[in-house]
Design a protein around this ligand. Structure first.
Ligand code: XIL
Length: 512
């Protein structure tokens, strides 16, 4: 019982096992912890999800999960103008009424999305001359505010009015009504829905850039002029590897908070399909990003709510807008993903559980080869030098021969992994030992050295190194190799570990 693998297994066993259960997912694993709503409530925050009418009325599990996990909802399309006004003089409020009724039954707040936007306008309205469009838009806003009176906690009053350069858009309504039309809409909303918080909402304004600078200037001007704007929504449609640094998000939230505005993250999703690697690796990249972003929100007093733009990878607009992806917290079967656990941990002020997931069998070779094999010679699990089973590779005919294991299903571009192995050598004197990654991908075949050391016969040596590879599609295989001693000398492996490499105790310092 004294082998290093077992000591290590004991040391990390409990946390590791819990994290592994979590990573494997399953509604049961989710049920073991607090819901997202409960976790968010501990920080005094709302956590929301975009809800769509059709799955709500067709899939029982969809509505149930939304009611259980979230404290707020945003109708994904139902409060936009075109879905409720198919023709002039025709209004159909039934779809948003259904969504709002479900929210009321679940005790959830509603974010109303959206009063003024230049998209999803009825085609009959778009065909009107500018001035008539403006009048029709005004009438629609007033009618909708009256119809929803008392039921909307937060309105996205104006959506996406800024150009990328930070100037206000020159759209049809802008041409006819100018900035005045935007500020009038805020004033009308305040008058008719005095209980609602009134927000400006946009995309690409999460970090510090010309667009978010422009937004800041507009909002500062409006606040100074007494326009009733209470908050700003940062949509957060993110693409892994291209998202702004989280430090910029925090700086941006701080400057907006400095204007007296509440900040909501309103439409979070994270595309990962473009990353080279495995689905598990992509999910891990996403979970890490979301942990950092949710942690940032929790650390900033001005950031008071966050909403995911859809429930699951089966209910996401990203599939239609950008191509098949896996951008949300629940998978196609509504099972919680790594991102679910990462978000919950961030809300609870805990480190990212993704970092504790062990990708190789724990406890050494107690249960056989554990997916390892010999790259040459013969591999067998036998009693090791310090007792307990270990993997021995004998009959080696080249220095590179030794234990090898495929880890292709753990890698992804931008995912730093850390590999560890306990190795020793058989009789024959001290020998060089090394841990190497063997990569075959679109860039060809290469060997990446991870760690090297000197092993004394019969004494375990720890090899540990960072595995962060710039992968190129298609990723055919990634293997961990143990190698080094001269041909003929036995090479032993007691156990190995492969985990996401996270800064120590990331997240532990942030308190709500
Ligand atoms: C999207 C919906 O998710 C889709 O179902 C619809 O087809 C198009 O609109 N920014 C917004 C949201 O403010 O309203 C958009 O929602 C996504 C981008």
């Amino acid at each position: 019982m004294s082998s290093p693998a077992r000591q290590r297994a004991l040391a990390v066993g409990l946390a590791g096992a819990l994290a592994l259960v979590a990573a494997l997912g399953g509604a049961s694993a989710a049920a073991e912890g607090p819901t997202l709503a409960a976790a968010a409530a501990r920080t005094g925050r709302q956590i929301g999800v975009a809800v769509a009418h059709d799955p709500l009325v067709r899939e029982i599990a969809y509505g149930r999960l939304i009611a259980r996990e979230f404290s707020s909802i945003t109708p994904e399309n139902e409060l936009k103008w075109s879905p409720m006004a198919p023709a002039p003089e025709v209004v159909d409020d039934s779809r948003w009424e259904t969504v709002l009724a479900a929210a009321a039954a679940a005790g959830q707040q509603v974010r109303g999305h959206t009063l003024l936007w230049d998209q999803q306008l009825p085609s009959w309205a778009v065909a009107l001359p500018d001035a008539a469009l403006l009048a029709a838009q005004r009438a629609h806003t007033e009618r909708l505010l009256a119809a929803t009176s008392g039921r909307i906690a937060v309105w996205d009053v104006v959506n996406e009015a800024l150009e990328d350069d930070g100037s206000l858009s020159r759209t049809a309504m802008w041409r006819a009504g100018g900035e005045r039309h935007l500020t009038d809409t805020f004033r009308t909303a305040r008058q008719m829905a005095p209980e609602a918080k009134l927000f400006y909402n946009d995309y690409g304004v999460e970090g510090i850039n010309p667009k978010s600078d422009g937004m800041f200037a507009v909002l500062r001007r409006w606040r100074a002029a007494g326009v009733p704007v209470d908050g700003v929504g940062l949509q957060c449609h993110l693409k892994a590897g291209e998202a702004p640094p989280v430090a910029q998000l925090r700086a941006n939230i701080q400057r907006l908070g400095g204007l007296g505005l509440d900040v909501h993250l309103t439409e979070i999703d994270v595309q990962v399909r473009h990353l080279d690697g495995s689905d598990w690796g992509r999910d891990a990249v996403q979970a890490r990003l979301l942990h950092q972003w949710v942690e940032a929100c929790v650390a900033e007093p001005a950031c008071t709510a966050l909403t995911f733009w859809g429930l699951s990878d089966r209910h996401t607009w990203v599939d239609h807008a950008h191509g098949d992806d896996r951008p949300l917290l629940f998978d196609d079967e509504l099972e919680p993903k790594l991102s679910y656990f990462a978000v919950r941990a961030a809300l609870l002020g805990k480190p990212d559980p993704t970092c504790a997931v062990e990708r190789l069998p724990e406890g050494g070779f107690d249960k056989g080869m554990g997916g390892w094999r010999a790259s040459g010679g013969q591999g067998a699990v036998v009693e090791g030098p310090s007792g307990g089973p270990a993997l021995r590779v004998s009959g080696r005919t080249a220095t590179w021969q030794g234990p090898v294991r495929t880890v292709t299903d753990s890698v992804a571009d931008g995912l730093p992994l850390r590999a560890r192995a306990q190795v020793t050598v058989g009789p024959g004197g001290p020998a060089k030992v090394a841990l190497t990654a063997h990569v075959i991908d679109g860039a060809g075949e290469r060997f990446v050295p991870l760690a090297a050391g000197q092993a004394q016969p019969g004494r375990w040596t720890a090899l540990e190194g960072a595995l962060s590879i710039d992968l190129k599609a298609p990723v055919r295989s990634v293997e961990l190799y143990v190698e080094g001693p001269p041909a003929g000398q036995e090479l032993w492996l007691d156990g190995a570990s492969l985990r996401v490499d996270c800064p120590a105790a990331a997240g532990a310092k942030v308190r709500p």
